[in-house]
Write a new protein. Sequence first.
Length: 293
Amino acid sequence: MSVPVDAHTVAVTQLRLGDHAFAHYADDDARWELLSAFCALGLAGGEKVVVLADPAIPHDEAYRRLFPDDGFADKALATGQLTFQDMSAMIRPDRHFTAERQISRLFEEVELARRQGYAGLRSAIDMAWVHEWGLDVEGVMHRETHADALFARRQYAELCSYDRRCFAPEVIEAMRVGHPMALLERPGDFDAYHSINGLHLIGDADMATRDKFGAALSKAFTDASGVGRVLLDLSRLAFLSAACAADLLRLVAQADGYERVDVLCTRFHAQVLRKLGSARIKRLMVTITREPT
């Protein structure tokens, strides 16, 4: 089953406090890679991190899978910056899951994290617990799409990870659409989608994804043939290598028949393009987009 990318798809490295994201996997390597990146970024950013892994996996094993490099997160685990919980801890003193109780407990955990001096709380949740508890998927879907208040103060971030082998395709799609953000499957992935406005690029454009990056750009120019103008949206690129940036500039310079090529990008990417000579291409207009705070 392929999972679409669209206007709310981002890379895991772009998640910040205040974000609520859907993630998906269909093999164990992808499962742990994404959760590991999410957790490591939170620890590095001075956030408290709570992991609610697959309840069938012991906490010590989950720790080893998340942090295979010896010692990386030992201090965070020892100080309590990193904790492993079961969903039962998120509904106490109740014994049965309700969305209201879970959200209330998460508010309490955010306040505790702030009192302890952390920037906020980041939760990594493997949704395997839904099957473990035998819960009604519809009820969980309702919680996932009605938790806005948790994120309003931008002190809490949550990643909800779904196993495509265990959840029905219609549930996966509903969750993807229902979350404010959806993630590429793995850290370092690249993908793109075309809209009536142009080409939107997501993830990492580097040596590993250079061919796919170039193919997406070429298709954008082909699709816009005869229009005279094309938009390339780089604002959700987590990384742009110098080689890929040079490929982009070469395609723009060779784009005969186009009066204007608009590139939307971050300030960092604009600097890369400028150093590679973007100012010498008259048809190229680079606009820096507003970046998250």
